[in-house]
Design a protein around this ligand. Structure first.
Ligand SMILES: [Zn+2]
Ligand SMILES: [Zn+2]
Length: 295
């Protein structure tokens, strides 16, 4: 049953993560997840017992499991709502802080006036919305929490792109709707990853668009096994590689693109040898061949 337990736990924590991460970001998710795991383990235990008692009563087991999930989701939602009532999140570094603080203890940035819970109150109709909502559940108005989050993401991307300029100005920029993170490996290269919050279609489109931009900037497949997913360009005598072949390994909605100094297999200047010309067999040859048998 441990496999089952693990599967349920993963499903629950993924569902909850998805539900709350949109609005409150990683900080709150980290705080809530231990509780989620605790609840999920409890649910899995109930399921173990039910399955052990009556394997033939599958339908009953399934419906009781569904009920357990619904309860679990509700209690996690109310827990998350409760937590965010007195929580502020730094707009610069994302650190969660208690409501009475005016400045972020992590980076010193000025904190917003409102707590996360307060910024989920609809400015039009006054409804207190749940954590995870971007639009008012009653009237559809965009909530202040969603506006704050968009501003935060825009600021972060601007910072990342400025960093990009310093590290590798010769690479065309990757601007996409995802949350972009940059990791710098010094002269070895850089790694860019963009998270698309569950939108795998958008993630694939963003990578495809970026491949086109790279090719417009002179990056091309090279070496003995050329592929569109591995693009190369020689800049000031050094061959650089952009690897989009492995960008969805691990996380289907997070695209990772690595840049590094690397020659393709067979070398950047590898040219496929011309195939040796072989004489085509024509109709006349066949006629000659047939003559041999007619004799
Ligand atoms: Zn901060
Ligand atoms: Zn409203």
């Amino acid at each position: 049953m441990s496999f089952l337990k693990r599967t349920i736990r993963n499903a629950v924590s993924q569902g909850i993560s998805r539900g709350i991460s949109d609005a409150v970001g990683k900080a709150v998710k980290q705080a809530v997840e231990p509780r989620a795991t605790e609840y999920a383990n409890k649910a899995a235990e109930h399921f173990d017992q039910a399955a052990g008692n009556a394997a033939q009563q599958t339908r009953q087991t399934t419906s009781s499991l569904e009920g357990a999930f619904a309860n679990l989701e509700r209690s996690m939602q109310s827990y998350a709502n409760q937590m965010t009532k007195d929580l502020k999140v730094c707009p610069e570094c994302g650190q969660p802080t208690s409501a009475e603080k005016k400045f972020c203890p992590g980076c010193g940035a000025k904190l917003p006036e409102q707590t996360l819970g307060q910024s989920a109150v609809c400015p039009e109709c006054g409804k207190q919305n749940s954590v995870g909502m971007k639009f008012c559940q009653d009237c559809g108005t965009k909530l202040p929490v969603a506006v704050q989050e968009e501003e935060m993401a825009a600021r972060k991307n601007a910072k990342v792109l400025a960093q990009w300029d310093e590290i590798l100005p010769q690479y065309p920029k990757w601007t996409c709707d995802g949350e972009l993170y940059i990791e710098d490996y010094g002269s070895d290269g850089v790694n860019f990853s963009a998270s698309f919050n569950g939108n795998t279609g958008a993630a694939h489109r963003a990578v495809e668009q970026y491949r086109q931009i790279l090719q417009q900037n002179g990056f091309r497949p090279a070496g003995q096994n050329p592929t569109q997913a591995q693009l190369f360009k020689r800049i000031d005598g050094v061959v650089y590689n952009v690897d989009t072949e492995h960008c969805f390994e691990g996380d289907p909605d997070c695209a990772c693109i690595g840049f590094c100094r690397r020659e393709p297999y067979g070398g950047f200047d590898y040219v496929k040898p011309e195939p040796k010309m072989s004489k085509d067999i024509g109709l006349d040859d066949l006629k000659d061949f047939a003559k041999l048998f007619r004799r």
